[in-house]
Design a protein around this ligand. Structure first.
Ligand code: SER
Length: 329
Protein backbone atom coordinates (compact mmCIF):
# COMPACT_ATOMS: atom_id res chain seq x y z
CA UNK A 1 0.00 0.00 0.00
CA UNK A 2 1.17 3.52 -0.78
CA UNK A 3 2.14 5.57 2.32
CA UNK A 4 1.63 8.15 3.78
CA UNK A 5 -1.80 7.30 5.06
CA UNK A 6 -4.60 9.54 6.35
CA UNK A 7 -7.33 8.02 8.54
CA UNK A 8 -10.53 10.07 8.90
CA UNK A 9 -12.87 9.37 11.82
CA UNK A 10 -9.78 8.06 13.60
CA UNK A 11 -11.25 8.31 17.10
CA UNK A 12 -14.26 6.12 16.27
CA UNK A 13 -14.73 2.39 16.88
CA UNK A 14 -12.73 1.18 13.87
CA UNK A 15 -10.33 4.10 13.60
CA UNK A 16 -9.07 3.84 17.15
CA UNK A 17 -7.83 0.31 16.41
CA UNK A 18 -6.94 0.72 12.73
CA UNK A 19 -4.54 3.63 13.41
CA UNK A 20 -2.27 1.67 15.81
CA UNK A 21 -2.36 -1.35 13.46
CA UNK A 22 -1.33 0.78 10.47
CA UNK A 23 1.38 2.50 12.54
CA UNK A 24 2.77 -0.85 13.68
CA UNK A 25 2.90 -1.99 10.07
CA UNK A 26 4.10 1.10 8.19
CA UNK A 27 5.67 3.32 10.88
CA UNK A 28 4.08 5.79 13.33
CA UNK A 29 5.02 8.88 11.30
CA UNK A 30 3.49 7.38 8.14
CA UNK A 31 -0.07 7.47 9.50
CA UNK A 32 -1.91 10.74 10.14
CA UNK A 33 -4.97 10.28 12.35
CA UNK A 34 -7.77 12.84 12.01
CA UNK A 35 -11.17 13.47 13.52
CA UNK A 36 -13.75 16.20 13.99
CA UNK A 37 -13.41 15.62 17.72
CA UNK A 38 -10.26 16.76 19.51
CA UNK A 39 -8.42 14.09 21.49
CA UNK A 40 -8.89 13.82 25.24
CA UNK A 41 -5.82 14.10 27.48
CA UNK A 42 -5.71 10.29 27.86
CA UNK A 43 -5.94 9.79 24.11
CA UNK A 44 -3.18 12.37 23.55
CA UNK A 45 -0.92 10.59 26.02
CA UNK A 46 -1.54 7.22 24.33
CA UNK A 47 -1.08 8.39 20.76
CA UNK A 48 2.20 7.79 18.98
CA UNK A 49 1.91 9.68 15.73
CA UNK A 50 0.51 12.80 14.07
CA UNK A 51 -3.08 13.94 14.63
CA UNK A 52 -5.03 16.61 12.73
CA UNK A 53 -8.42 18.15 13.40
CA UNK A 54 -10.49 17.51 10.25
CA UNK A 55 -14.08 18.24 9.26
CA UNK A 56 -14.55 15.98 6.23
CA UNK A 57 -17.48 17.99 4.91
CA UNK A 58 -14.97 20.80 4.25
CA UNK A 59 -13.02 20.01 1.07
CA UNK A 60 -10.47 22.76 1.65
CA UNK A 61 -9.55 21.26 5.03
CA UNK A 62 -9.15 17.77 3.54
CA UNK A 63 -7.03 19.16 0.68
CA UNK A 64 -4.85 21.03 3.18
CA UNK A 65 -4.22 17.94 5.36
CA UNK A 66 -3.53 15.75 2.29
CA UNK A 67 -1.16 18.25 0.70
CA UNK A 68 0.65 19.23 3.87
CA UNK A 69 1.30 15.59 4.80
CA UNK A 70 1.83 14.31 1.23
CA UNK A 71 -0.87 11.68 1.73
CA UNK A 72 -1.09 8.80 -0.77
CA UNK A 73 -3.81 6.61 0.81
CA UNK A 74 -6.96 7.69 2.66
CA UNK A 75 -8.93 5.41 4.99
CA UNK A 76 -12.23 7.27 5.10
CA UNK A 77 -14.10 6.01 8.18
CA UNK A 78 -16.39 8.97 8.89
CA UNK A 79 -20.06 7.91 9.00
CA UNK A 80 -23.21 7.99 11.07
CA UNK A 81 -24.49 4.44 11.74
CA UNK A 82 -27.92 2.97 11.07
CA UNK A 83 -30.01 3.74 14.15
CA UNK A 84 -28.71 7.27 14.63
CA UNK A 85 -29.13 7.76 10.88
CA UNK A 86 -32.85 6.98 11.25
CA UNK A 87 -33.22 9.56 14.00
CA UNK A 88 -31.35 12.21 11.96
CA UNK A 89 -31.66 11.22 8.28
CA UNK A 90 -30.73 14.64 6.87
CA UNK A 91 -27.57 14.81 8.98
CA UNK A 92 -26.73 11.22 8.00
CA UNK A 93 -26.94 12.13 4.31
CA UNK A 94 -24.85 15.30 4.79
CA UNK A 95 -22.16 13.57 6.82
CA UNK A 96 -21.98 10.23 4.99
CA UNK A 97 -22.32 11.45 1.39
CA UNK A 98 -20.97 14.97 1.87
CA UNK A 99 -17.74 13.70 3.36
CA UNK A 100 -17.33 10.82 0.89
CA UNK A 101 -17.81 13.04 -2.16
CA UNK A 102 -15.26 15.54 -0.88
CA UNK A 103 -12.72 12.86 0.06
CA UNK A 104 -13.06 11.32 -3.41
CA UNK A 105 -12.58 14.72 -5.06
CA UNK A 106 -9.41 15.32 -3.03
CA UNK A 107 -8.24 11.78 -3.90
CA UNK A 108 -8.84 12.45 -7.60
CA UNK A 109 -6.93 15.73 -7.52
CA UNK A 110 -4.01 14.32 -5.48
CA UNK A 111 -3.93 10.80 -6.95
CA UNK A 112 -4.66 9.04 -3.62
CA UNK A 113 -5.99 5.52 -3.06
CA UNK A 114 -9.14 5.36 -0.92
CA UNK A 115 -10.60 2.72 1.41
CA UNK A 116 -14.30 3.18 2.20
CA UNK A 117 -16.24 0.79 4.42
CA UNK A 118 -19.67 -0.24 3.23
CA UNK A 119 -21.96 -2.40 5.36
CA UNK A 120 -24.58 -5.13 5.59
CA UNK A 121 -26.80 -2.04 5.80
CA UNK A 122 -26.40 -1.68 2.03
CA UNK A 123 -28.87 -4.57 1.69
CA UNK A 124 -32.59 -4.43 2.33
CA UNK A 125 -35.87 -6.27 2.00
CA UNK A 126 -35.81 -8.33 -1.19
CA UNK A 127 -32.11 -9.19 -0.82
CA UNK A 128 -31.67 -12.95 -0.25
CA UNK A 129 -31.02 -13.15 3.51
CA UNK A 130 -29.10 -16.42 3.66
CA UNK A 131 -25.70 -16.69 1.97
CA UNK A 132 -26.34 -13.22 0.56
CA UNK A 133 -24.45 -13.15 -2.75
CA UNK A 134 -21.75 -10.60 -3.59
CA UNK A 135 -23.81 -9.22 -6.48
CA UNK A 136 -27.50 -9.07 -5.66
CA UNK A 137 -30.54 -6.84 -5.15
CA UNK A 138 -29.78 -3.78 -2.97
CA UNK A 139 -32.84 -1.73 -2.03
CA UNK A 140 -32.15 -0.66 1.59
CA UNK A 141 -34.88 1.12 3.55
CA UNK A 142 -32.69 3.12 5.96
CA UNK A 143 -30.89 6.40 5.25
CA UNK A 144 -27.70 4.67 6.39
CA UNK A 145 -28.25 1.96 3.77
CA UNK A 146 -29.08 4.51 1.07
CA UNK A 147 -25.79 6.31 1.76
CA UNK A 148 -23.88 3.02 1.75
CA UNK A 149 -25.24 1.88 -1.65
CA UNK A 150 -24.75 5.36 -3.09
CA UNK A 151 -21.22 5.32 -1.64
CA UNK A 152 -20.42 1.95 -3.22
CA UNK A 153 -21.59 3.29 -6.60
CA UNK A 154 -19.75 6.59 -6.22
CA UNK A 155 -16.50 4.78 -5.42
CA UNK A 156 -16.96 2.53 -8.48
CA UNK A 157 -17.63 5.64 -10.56
CA UNK A 158 -14.46 7.40 -9.38
CA UNK A 159 -12.47 4.30 -10.25
CA UNK A 160 -14.00 3.80 -13.70
CA UNK A 161 -14.20 7.44 -14.68
CA UNK A 162 -11.10 8.96 -13.08
CA UNK A 163 -8.91 5.94 -12.31
CA UNK A 164 -8.98 6.56 -8.53
CA UNK A 165 -7.88 3.39 -6.71
CA UNK A 166 -11.00 2.96 -4.56
CA UNK A 167 -11.52 -0.21 -2.54
CA UNK A 168 -13.82 -1.32 0.24
CA UNK A 169 -15.59 -4.06 2.15
CA UNK A 170 -19.14 -4.52 3.41
CA UNK A 171 -18.64 -4.85 7.16
CA UNK A 172 -21.10 -6.76 9.31
CA UNK A 173 -21.60 -5.75 12.97
CA UNK A 174 -18.18 -5.18 14.53
CA UNK A 175 -17.44 -6.33 18.06
CA UNK A 176 -14.59 -4.73 20.00
CA UNK A 177 -13.41 -3.91 23.50
CA UNK A 178 -11.70 -0.62 22.55
CA UNK A 179 -13.70 2.47 21.66
CA UNK A 180 -17.42 1.70 21.84
CA UNK A 181 -19.58 1.82 18.71
CA UNK A 182 -22.36 4.38 18.66
CA UNK A 183 -25.79 4.46 17.09
CA UNK A 184 -25.71 1.09 15.33
CA UNK A 185 -28.21 -1.76 15.25
CA UNK A 186 -25.57 -4.43 15.81
CA UNK A 187 -24.27 -2.57 18.89
CA UNK A 188 -26.38 -4.84 21.12
CA UNK A 189 -23.63 -7.43 20.82
CA UNK A 190 -20.99 -5.10 22.30
CA UNK A 191 -23.37 -3.83 25.00
CA UNK A 192 -24.10 -7.42 26.05
CA UNK A 193 -20.44 -7.99 26.98
CA UNK A 194 -20.22 -4.81 29.09
CA UNK A 195 -23.45 -5.60 30.93
CA UNK A 196 -22.53 -9.27 31.43
CA UNK A 197 -19.34 -8.24 33.19
CA UNK A 198 -20.76 -5.28 35.13
CA UNK A 199 -24.24 -6.50 36.10
CA UNK A 200 -24.61 -10.14 34.99
CA UNK A 201 -27.76 -8.91 33.29
CA UNK A 202 -28.60 -7.41 29.88
CA UNK A 203 -31.87 -6.20 28.38
CA UNK A 204 -31.58 -6.64 24.63
CA UNK A 205 -33.27 -4.28 22.14
CA UNK A 206 -33.50 -6.99 19.43
CA UNK A 207 -35.58 -10.18 19.52
CA UNK A 208 -33.81 -13.36 20.72
CA UNK A 209 -33.78 -14.91 17.23
CA UNK A 210 -32.52 -11.91 15.18
CA UNK A 211 -29.65 -13.44 13.22
CA UNK A 212 -27.01 -11.04 11.88
CA UNK A 213 -23.48 -11.25 10.51
CA UNK A 214 -20.74 -10.13 12.89
CA UNK A 215 -16.96 -9.81 13.00
CA UNK A 216 -14.36 -9.40 15.74
CA UNK A 217 -12.28 -6.22 15.45
CA UNK A 218 -8.90 -7.89 14.68
CA UNK A 219 -10.52 -9.44 11.59
CA UNK A 220 -12.09 -6.10 10.61
CA UNK A 221 -8.64 -4.47 10.76
CA UNK A 222 -7.12 -7.33 8.78
CA UNK A 223 -9.80 -6.91 6.07
CA UNK A 224 -9.10 -3.18 5.77
CA UNK A 225 -5.36 -3.74 5.38
CA UNK A 226 -5.52 -6.85 3.19
CA UNK A 227 -7.93 -5.39 0.63
CA UNK A 228 -5.73 -2.30 0.23
CA UNK A 229 -2.61 -4.45 -0.17
CA UNK A 230 -4.23 -6.80 -2.72
CA UNK A 231 -2.72 -6.97 -6.19
CA UNK A 232 -5.02 -4.84 -8.35
CA UNK A 233 -4.90 -7.33 -11.23
CA UNK A 234 -6.71 -9.92 -9.07
CA UNK A 235 -9.62 -7.62 -8.23
CA UNK A 236 -12.77 -8.29 -10.24
CA UNK A 237 -14.82 -6.37 -7.69
CA UNK A 238 -13.34 -3.30 -6.04
CA UNK A 239 -15.65 -1.66 -3.63
CA UNK A 240 -17.94 -3.38 -1.25
CA UNK A 241 -16.63 -6.93 -0.92
CA UNK A 242 -18.89 -9.01 1.34
CA UNK A 243 -16.84 -10.02 4.41
CA UNK A 244 -18.00 -11.83 7.52
CA UNK A 245 -16.52 -13.58 10.53
CA UNK A 246 -19.56 -15.31 12.03
CA UNK A 247 -23.29 -14.94 12.43
CA UNK A 248 -25.42 -15.41 15.55
CA UNK A 249 -28.61 -14.36 17.32
CA UNK A 250 -28.79 -12.54 20.68
CA UNK A 251 -29.78 -15.78 22.41
CA UNK A 252 -26.85 -17.68 20.86
CA UNK A 253 -24.42 -14.95 21.95
CA UNK A 254 -25.90 -14.98 25.46
CA UNK A 255 -25.49 -18.78 25.62
CA UNK A 256 -21.83 -18.51 24.60
CA UNK A 257 -21.20 -15.77 27.20
CA UNK A 258 -22.93 -17.92 29.84
CA UNK A 259 -20.24 -20.60 29.33
CA UNK A 260 -17.86 -18.10 30.99
CA UNK A 261 -20.31 -16.10 33.14
CA UNK A 262 -22.72 -18.81 34.37
CA UNK A 263 -25.14 -16.49 36.18
CA UNK A 264 -25.57 -14.14 33.21
CA UNK A 265 -29.24 -13.36 32.51
CA UNK A 266 -30.67 -11.86 29.33
CA UNK A 267 -34.15 -10.45 28.81
CA UNK A 268 -35.69 -8.54 25.94
CA UNK A 269 -37.35 -5.17 25.41
CA UNK A 270 -37.60 -4.80 21.66
CA UNK A 271 -36.97 -1.40 20.08
CA UNK A 272 -39.23 -1.40 16.98
CA UNK A 273 -36.95 0.92 14.94
CA UNK A 274 -33.81 -1.14 15.43
CA UNK A 275 -35.74 -4.42 15.09
CA UNK A 276 -37.12 -3.28 11.71
CA UNK A 277 -33.58 -2.40 10.60
CA UNK A 278 -32.23 -5.80 11.71
CA UNK A 279 -35.12 -7.60 9.99
CA UNK A 280 -34.22 -5.93 6.69
CA UNK A 281 -30.56 -7.10 6.78
CA UNK A 282 -28.93 -10.41 5.77
CA UNK A 283 -28.55 -13.35 8.18
CA UNK A 284 -25.34 -14.58 6.60
CA UNK A 285 -23.16 -13.14 3.84
CA UNK A 286 -21.42 -15.15 1.14
CA UNK A 287 -17.86 -13.78 1.25
CA UNK A 288 -16.53 -16.03 -1.55
CA UNK A 289 -15.47 -13.12 -3.79
CA UNK A 290 -13.25 -11.64 -1.05
CA UNK A 291 -11.74 -15.07 -0.36
CA UNK A 292 -11.04 -15.64 -4.03
CA UNK A 293 -9.87 -12.20 -5.10
CA UNK A 294 -7.65 -11.19 -2.15
CA UNK A 295 -7.43 -14.18 0.17
CA UNK A 296 -9.88 -13.07 2.88
CA UNK A 297 -9.59 -15.52 5.77
CA UNK A 298 -10.98 -14.43 9.17
CA UNK A 299 -9.46 -15.90 12.34
CA UNK A 300 -12.20 -15.50 14.96
CA UNK A 301 -15.36 -17.59 15.24
CA UNK A 302 -18.02 -17.08 17.94
CA UNK A 303 -16.29 -19.15 20.65
CA UNK A 304 -12.85 -17.57 20.10
CA UNK A 305 -14.29 -14.06 19.92
CA UNK A 306 -16.30 -14.42 23.17
CA UNK A 307 -13.29 -15.81 25.04
CA UNK A 308 -11.01 -13.00 23.89
CA UNK A 309 -13.62 -10.25 24.36
CA UNK A 310 -14.39 -11.27 27.97
CA UNK A 311 -10.72 -11.53 28.85
CA UNK A 312 -9.85 -8.11 27.46
CA UNK A 313 -12.96 -6.31 28.65
CA UNK A 314 -12.62 -7.66 32.19
CA UNK A 315 -9.07 -6.37 32.25
CA UNK A 316 -10.11 -2.96 30.87
CA UNK A 317 -13.08 -2.52 33.22
CA UNK A 318 -11.16 -3.51 36.33
CA UNK A 319 -8.34 -1.11 35.39
CA UNK A 320 -10.98 1.63 35.01
CA UNK A 321 -12.46 0.77 38.42
CA UNK A 322 -9.05 1.13 40.04
CA UNK A 323 -8.51 4.42 38.22
CA UNK A 324 -12.00 5.75 39.14
CA UNK A 325 -11.86 4.68 42.78
CA UNK A 326 -12.07 7.81 45.01
CA UNK A 327 -8.72 7.28 46.74
CA UNK A 328 -6.88 5.74 43.79
CA UNK A 329 -3.38 7.16 43.34
N1 SER B 1 -22.85 -1.87 12.62
C1 SER B 1 -23.63 -1.10 11.70
C2 SER B 1 -24.92 -0.67 12.27
O1 SER B 1 -25.46 -1.42 13.06
C3 SER B 1 -23.89 -1.88 10.44
O2 SER B 1 -22.89 -1.68 9.54
O3 SER B 1 -25.41 0.35 11.94
Amino acid sequence: MKTKILVTGALGQIGSELVPALRARYGADQVVASDIRMMSREELLRTEGPFDFLDCTNQRQIQDVVQRNQICTIYHLVALLSAIGESKPQVAWDVNMGSLYRVLEVARINNCSVFVPSSIGAFGPGTPQDHTPQDTLQRPTTMYGVTKVAGELLCDYYHQRFGVDTRGVRYPGIISHGAPPGGGTTDYAVEMFYEAIRHRHYTCFLKPNSRLDMMYMPDAIKAAIDVMEAAPARLVHRNAFNVTGMNFTPEELAAEIRKHVPNFVIDYKVDPTRQAIADSWPHSLDDGAARQEWGWDPHFDLAAMVRDMLENLERKLSAQEVHDAPNAR
